[in-house]
Ligand binder design. Structure first.
Ligand SMILES: *[C@@H]1O[C@H](CO)[C@@H](O)[C@H](O)[C@H]1NC(C)=O
Ligand SMILES: *[C@@H]1O[C@H](CO)[C@@H](O)[C@H](O)[C@H]1NC(C)=O
Ligand SMILES: *[C@@H]1O[C@H](CO)[C@@H](O)[C@H](O)[C@H]1NC(C)=O
Ligand SMILES: *[C@@H]1O[C@H](CO)[C@@H](O)[C@H](O)[C@H]1NC(C)=O
Ligand SMILES: *[C@@H]1O[C@H](CO)[C@@H](O)[C@H](O)[C@H]1NC(C)=O
Length: 435
């Protein structure tokens, strides 16, 4: 249940076309066939990680997803991180795709959140179809500031650790099945101060159970056998290939639903000591280890090159571990024509118009979105209801460099600029960089 981004409004201000929204009942048209993680139609990066095949023009509109690879990732430098303005699906060249502003510091990667931004997100380039993943990190702090370590699939199965900066002695564990809001799945794991101390958070995910462990101690176990949904005639249990996502995001914005703000412990204080001393909130990630599931037959294999879907139910039975390529030729390409716009390739099929959106923004990969945390109203309310929120002012990752827009303009200067104005500046710069 990833939060609908506020970037859309910002981008729309500067571009002549509005990104079209999409969902299962309203799929994208052929010209902009890919439904992004945030529910907007586009091409290029919209077709990469997070693209929901069920809400896209067709099941093969999204780019096939790189299969699981067992590996330990460290962050001595940012070399393994590609900004989402550069990454085209080659998981052999980048381990993580970023939006926002990751910063290298003392062997860690800091996910930063400066005033006027919606934080930073790192998403793994490889997917996991069950398996173990653990991450060692220190969270951010402060009311309204949320740190997250989650698994999120393209059909929005999700397994979470979330940390609300107002309570540093709790790790919230949670899971969702295909993005369905369910208020009863959250369970707290208590531990020592998550801002001061590194902890290792692990998710052990098999077809039969999920275990959340902190520093080697099991804090929670969820059995699939306890999740049967007789109405839907399926297990409400995460079962599709997911990306690892590390994020820092502002749940405490006035433009977010009241339930979300309350859950996050109140509004973000943009004059806090962390902001005054560093210019941003931050969470420090040291390492992530992925240990793929060793199934010899589906579900849970990683014997091919990529995962795709061959059905709309979004269950494990519709996942194909096959050999389709994963790399797009350019930001004009889609799963329907993966070589479109490649320097050596020839264009064919339906060309996207030159105004098609090609790089989705992000709000920080929040696991808590639509109707979650007691919000009422429909999806997207956080982004569209307020044009003057601070978050509106940030178009993450669209500036064409690994620096955030805020960084480029200078965070200090940006503080005084109203969000919407700032958004326009960054968005125009972004559009010029792309087109
Ligand atoms: C996989 O590749 C085949 C052959 O090119 C193609 O027909 C099919 O649409 C692709 N499937 C997906 C889901 O991309
Ligand atoms: C988890 O802890 C938070 C405070 O950190 C609290 O607001 C919430 O109600 C707790 N959830 C459960 C299920 O106990
Ligand atoms: C895969 O999906 C089918 C159909 O919903 C279900 O019977 C089966 O238990 C699922 N397996 C897992 C591991 O979730
Ligand atoms: C059970 O499945 C139905 C139909 O898919 C769905 O509408 C409902 O939200 C599910 N229940 C829960 C608790 O997820
Ligand atoms: C998969 O097999 C390898 C080699 O035997 C093992 O090291 C690893 O822990 C296994 N992974 C899981 C998730 O069980």
């Amino acid at each position: 249940m990833v939060r609908t981004s506020t970037f859309v409004l910002a981008l729309a201000t500067a571009s002549t076309t509005l990104a079209q929204s999409c969902n299962i009942g309203s799929r994208c048209p052929e010209s902009v066939p890919c439904c992004s993680q945030y529910g907007q139609c586009g091409v290029g990066a919209y077709c990469l990680g997070g693209c929901d095949p069920r809400s896209s023009f067709s099941l093969n509109s999204c780019t096939p997803a790189p299969v699981c690879q067992s590996q330990t990732y460290t962050f001595e430098n940012l070399d393994s991180i590609a900004p989402n303005t550069k990454y085209l699906g080659d998981a052999t060249k980048a381990d993580w795709v970023s939006s926002g502003n990751p910063v290298s510091y003392n062997g860690d990667v800091l996910l930063t959140m400066a005033p006027g931004t919606v934080g930073t997100l790192l998403a793994s380039t490889h997917y996991m179809w069950y398996g173990n993943v653990k991450a060692t990190f220190k969270t951010s702090r402060g009311q309204g500031v949320v740190t997250a370590f989650i698994l999120l699939s393209d059909v929005k199965d999700e397994i979470d650790y979330e940390f609300v900066g107002a309570d540093l002695e709790v790790a919230q564990s949670n899971f969702y099945n295909q993005g369905t809001p369910d208020y009863n799945n959250e369970i707290n794991i208590t531990l020592s101060d998550t801002f001061q101390n590194y902890h290792t958070y692990e998710i052990e995910w098999t077809p039969d159970y999920i275990k959340w462990s902190v520093d080697g101690q099991v804090g929670r176990t969820k059995m699939r056998s306890d999740t049967w949904n007789a109405t839907g005639n399926q297990w409400d249990f995460p079962q599709t290939p997911a990306r690892v996502q590390l994020s820092l995001w502002p749940a405490g914005l006035a433009s977010n639903g009241q339930g979300t703000v309350n859950w996050a412990g109140g509004l973000v204080d943009w004059n806090s000591p962390d902001i005054k001393n560093n210019g941003y909130y931050y969470a420090s990630f040291t390492s992530v280890t992925v240990d793929c599931f060793n199934a010899t037959s589906a579900p849970g294999t990683n014997t091919g090159v990529s995962y795709t879907y061959d059905g709309y139910s979004g269950t494990n039975l519709t996942v194909v571990d096959g050999n389709n390529a994963t790399v797009l030729g350019s930001f004009l390409a889609t799963g329907l024509d993966m070589n479109l716009g490649a320097s050596s390739g020839t264009a064919s099929g339906a060309s996207p118009s030159s105004t098609a959106q090609s790089i989705p923004g992000v709000s920080g990969g929040s696991p808590a979105q639509i109707n979650s945390h007691g919000d009422s109203g429909s999806s997207g309310s956080s982004g569209s209801s307020s044009g003057s929120s601070t978050a509106t002012g940030f178009v993450q990752g669209t500036t064409g460099t690994s620096k955030s827009g805020a960084d480029k303009l200078g965070v200090g200067q940006e503080k005084g600029i109203k969000g919407s104005v700032f958004a326009g500046i960054v968005a125009v710069a972004a559009m010029m960089a792309i087109w």
